[in-house]
Design a protein around this ligand. Structure first.
Ligand SMILES: Cc1ncc(COP(=O)(O)O)c(C=O)c1O
Length: 259
């Protein structure tokens, strides 16, 4: 007997297929390298984000094995109870140094960063201005925040300026935040942060840059903020460890505040 869940799932899947949005996920049976094995076929891999080849690098493999031998395979508790290890703290210091910020905090993934950080920073009386081509995790992260969200035309300084000015003169919002990918995940273009930062500074708008695709690639590897020499000007820098860095996890880097 089918129930409402079955009905919903069948209809939803059919609809996705009809709209060409159904995703058949390839299952890889090899390391994610220049070639990969899918369905017993060796194929040239043109679609990974393993930009620097680090996910199979012998030094990283050894470090991972050494870490497991010393600490085990899990932390045994969430970080806020008693699952924060010295290596977490070391990693956060290293990431802050890498990003040119005062501090950083590590999450389980880049996706989790946007889920956690946006709603932690932006409240009911706030406004988020989000580039229309931002990554799905930013869009979902914005949905978790009670702040009003307005889309900004892609990398369009005029549209951004107009929307900031309108918001400021309305006096409706306590905080305003502009969120953009550093390097856009689908098109590969770089957000014009050198033009954006003078505007966000002028109107006291928080600037949040998700540099998942820029880190390890642009700015001599340090990312898009470094590419423009703006490490100290961008309020929040988000990144992932699952692309150029070759492992898994994400981070939010910025100001250090402690009480
Ligand atoms: C801009 C951006 N942010 C976040 C993520 C998510 O990163 P993760 O794979 O660590 O969840 C991605 C991944 O595609 C991304 O492109």
């Amino acid at each position: 007997m089918t129930n409402t869940l079955d009905n919903f799932l069948d209809k939803h899947l059919e609809d996705l297929k009809h709209r060409g949005l159904y995703n058949n996920i390839d299952v890889i049976d090899s390391p994610n390298g220049a070639t990969i094995c899918i369905n017993n076929k060796i194929l040239t891999n043109l679609s990974s984000n393993n930009y620097l080849g680090l996910c199979n690098h012998p030094r990283l493999i050894k470090a991972m094995i050494d870490g497991i031998n010393k600490y085990g395979v899990g932390s045994g508790a969430v970080r806020t109870i008693n699952g924060t290890f010295k290596i977490h703290e070391d990693l956060e210091h290293k990431i802050a140094k890498f990003k040119g910020t005062e501090a950083s905090i590590v999450y389980q993934s880049g996706f989790n960063c946007n889920m956690g950080a946006i709603s932690a920073l932006m409240n009911k009386d706030d406004l988020i201005l989000s580039d229309e081509l931002n990554h799905a995790s930013i869009i979902d992260g914005c949905k978790l925040s009670p702040a009003k969200v307005i889309s900004v035309k892609h990398c369009n300084i005029e549209d951004l300026t107009n929307k900031i000015q309108e918001a400021r003169s309305s006096n409706l919002y306590k905080k305003i935040m502009y969120i953009t990918d550093g390097v856009f995940s689908m098109d590969g273009n770089i957000s014009p942060l050198d033009k954006i930062i003078p505007i966000t500074k002028k109107f006291d708008v928080i600037c949040y840059v998700d540099d998942a695709h820029g880190s390890g690639v642009t700015g001599k590897g340090y990312g898009t903020a470094k590419h423009f020499g703006l490490e100290k000007e961008i309020d929040v820098q988000v990144g992932t460890l699952s692309k150029a860095i070759g492992v898994v996890g994400g981070y939010v880097a910025g100001k250090k505040k402690s009480y």
